[in-house]
Design a protein. Sequence first.
Lengths: 121, 162
Amino acid sequence: MAMISVDREHGLLNVEFQGLDKLWTFRSRLEIPLAHVRGATHDPGMAREPKGIRVGGTHVPGVITAGRFRRDGERLFWDVKNPDKAVVVELADAETYDRLVIEVDDPRATVALIEQSVRRA
Amino acid sequence: MGRPRTFDTDRAVESAAALFATHGYEGTSVDDLVTATGVHRGSLYKVFGSKRGLHLTALRSHLDHEIHPTTDAIATLTDPEQALTTAIASYDNGPAAGLLLLAAAERAPHDPEVAALVAEGIAALEDALRPSHGDAAPQLASTVLGARLRLRASRPTVSKEH
């Protein structure tokens, strides 16, 4: 589980990993410029997608997917135990990751928060 | 980086629009969109950013390819009766019939960008009825929207998915 918040003053999306998820993901937080965030979607079905190759992190199929993965040339960052609460955050090409898949407490609220902050071309 | 885009964006938007028009925004999952468009999940995210991004694109496309051509045609009619029946029969119709009406009811109250697109569609209808109905055009536009809603409610479509 992670906390996703928006820092409008600094124009950042903050992802803070909570408790043991810091261990599973090898990260305590991710900071992404809002200008590089292209959208967010509540997507429970994402967890059924093939994960690709684990680059760094933890993967126990059916239990936890956490850390860095590579699939079809794309770099994904996962932190999901319960797929029902998975939110997919799409990032711009300039970012280290193409896509984040993050479990949050309230997917609907998180998606609304991020989508409000996204400027569409 | 990533998979090169190998799908027809316009066709994917068309399929998504039809799906949103049938099941609503909340009722359409990313799984549904992946199945209906035949496009990989990763590619959908890459091109549209999010499910909301795809919905906004679908609504924009519905306005450009369905609503505006229809209202342009209605605007050429000067006979009040004919303009009204044509509007009731053809407004917000086509392969994604009802997409505008559904977006108005479901999404516009929570989403300013959807609200703006819905307002554009309704303004187009009002303008189209002005040559035939003059100052009564806004009232007649409401009649058309109400009639479309009643038509939708009285003609349940059998699910075609499974």
